[in-house]
Design a protein around this ligand. Structure first.
Ligand code: RTP
Ligand code: MG
Length: 139
């Protein structure tokens, strides 16, 4: 995957709260092009694999339970400087610390139920995108 792409998920809390449309609006208005997207649900194994880097963290089991609690929207987004610009758009992990106008400030309820995921590096964006999408699902 080229380095002008990032990977995102609209997490189960934001889906349940009816924020899919509003979050996609923010993403597109900020200049990101959607090159892949699906409505799906992670299995326990999927979530454990996706978040394997956090497997030793105290919140790991809660995180897996949360991320498998309902459907998500996953997407690959394209824009120059995509990874960094998307992390800026979503704001800090904890919505209480997120800047005004960011997606987490607007739509997240807690440090765990924080509405959206954004890849933290070009390398992870490529890995995460390939975990969710086959080549013929990316346009
Ligand atoms: P993400 O990977 O989802 O974009 O979030 P992030 O980089 O801002 O945060 P990260 O440290 O990678 O944590 C992954 C997700 O784990 C949950 N979390 N819970 N209870 C807690 O203290 C805690 N800390 C993190 C959040 O859902 C976070 O987005
Ligand atoms: Mg992260």
């Amino acid at each position: 995957m080229a380095t002008n792409r990032t990977f995102t998920m609209i997490k189960p809390d934001a889906v349940k709260n009816g924020y899919i449309g509003a979050i996609l609006e923010k993403i597109q208005t900020a200049g990101f092009k959607i090159v892949a997207m699906k409505y799906t649900k992670l299995s326990k194994g999927d979530a454990e694999t996706f978040y394997a880097v956090h497997s030793e963290r105290p919140f790991f089991n809660d995180l897996v339970a949360f991320m498998t609690s309902g459907p998500i929207v996953s997407a690959i987004l394209e824009k120059s400087n995509a990874v960094e610009d998307f992390r800026t758009l979503i704001g800090a992990t904890n919505p209480e610390e997120a800047a005004e106008g960011t997606i987490r400030k607007l739509f997240a309820g807690s440090i765990q139920e924080n509405a959206v995921h954004g890849s933290d590096s070009d390398e992870n964006a490529a890995i995460e995108g390939a975990f969710h999408f086959s080549g013929r699902e990316i346009f």
